[in-house]
Ligand binder design. Structure first.
Ligand code: SF4
Length: 325
């Protein structure tokens, strides 16, 4: 049974709602999600659980966490109360208006022990966020004493080659830098090919028959990672490599019991074949001819279970992951 007696480092997803719908987003965040935000009560429970499991530092991400600073501040207070260090807050800078108003927020964050912002710099975000906002936020960070963790500086030059007061599609990058630029992002950006990222890039990937994938099935040890997990605003623990799968925070230490978490149990004990057999036998899942590997098949089965079979399982949360692809 999959259980976690120790966690090292992870992230807190305060909201899935986002100003962008990036093509590389593994959590399928977008403006289509409800504007739900993590409560301070849940944050208390999360930070207290993390300390018990030996994790004393997290980052905060989303969605775009700085779309609702009023809701974020009590969460930072809770982290402080529990002795949890906030390594950085991820932001796409879409909320930036001017140095003065950004400075007010940065000063507030600093007073809550936030010293670093991870600021997205890449062509995916540039489809939604003009680069001038990113530049403005970086300038404000320098002025108000907040460290910048640029993600990634390698893209500064291509972004800077475009007009910075408006957004640009990946197709614009293809026109300027040549056909194949999107494909090159597979090498240039450290992508986790899950969620929307997999949908975006699977046309470039080698495909395998279902038979081949099932023959190679082995227990998915990817579910056991403790170095980059996430916990979301609904109290779901999301394994580091497998967005769309979840264990309720309260079940983490006692374990994902097979009868309550049949999907996780099948993947953890048998692998993709276990999930495929379960879905075909119990819910009439019919696979396509080929997939871009086991994770593509895994996602297709899970999407079917949530969207077509309307299953309400604690290991397939949040449903929005499958509804807002
Ligand atoms: S097959 Fe599913 S559980 Fe296994 S690594 Fe891929 S996404 Fe994760």
């Amino acid at each position: 049974m999959l259980k976690f007696n120790r966690l090292v480092s992870g992230g807190i997803i305060t909201n899935y709602y986002c100003s962008s719908r990036c093509r590389h987003c593994v959590y399928n965040s977008s403006p289509h999600w409800p504007k739900d935000y993590m409560t301070a009560e849940l944050a208390d429970e999360i930070f207290s659980t993390l300390r018990k499991l030996g994790c004393y530092a997290v980052h905060i991400g989303g969605g775009e966490p700085l779309l609702n600073p009023k809701a974020l501040l009590p969460i930072l207070k809770s982290a402080e109360n529990h002795g949890i260090h906030i390594e950085y807050i991820e932001t796409n800078a879409s909320w930036f208006k001017d140095i003065k108003s950004a400075g007010d927020l940065l000063t507030e964050l600093k007073s809550r022990n936030v010293n670093t912002l991870l600021i997205s710099i890449d062509p995916f975000h540039n489809e939604y966020v003009p680069f001038c906002k990113v530049k403005g936020l970086i300038e404000a960070c320098h002025k108000f004493g907040i460290e910048v963790f640029p993600w990634l500086m390698d893209f500064w030059s291509p972004l800077d080659a475009m007009e910075d007061t408006r957004t640009h599609r990946l197709e614009d990058y293809e026109r300027l830098f040549g056909t194949g630029y999107t494909l090159q992002l597979l090498r240039k950006y450290p992508l986790n090919l899950k969620g929307r990222a997999l949908n975006t890039f699977k046309k470039y990937l080698k495909t395998f028959s279902v038979k081949e994938i099932l023959q190679r099935s082995a227990p998915c040890m990817e579910l056991t990672g403790v170095h980059h997990f996430h916990i979301d605003l609904y109290g779901n623990f999301i394994p580091q490599s497998c967005p769309g799968l979840s264990i309720a925070l309260r079940d983490l230490a006692k374990g994902a019991a097979p009868e309550k978490y049949p999907v996780i149990h099948a993947l953890y004990t048998t692998g993709i074949k276990g999930l495929y057999d379960l879905a075909a036998r119990e819910y009439g899942f019919v696979a396509k001819e080929s997939y871009a590997g086991k994770c593509d098949l895994c996602h297709d089965i899970r999407r079917y279970l949530v969207r077509d079979s309307k299953l309400n399982l604690p290991d397939l949360k949040p449903e929005g992951h499958y509804m807002f692809e």
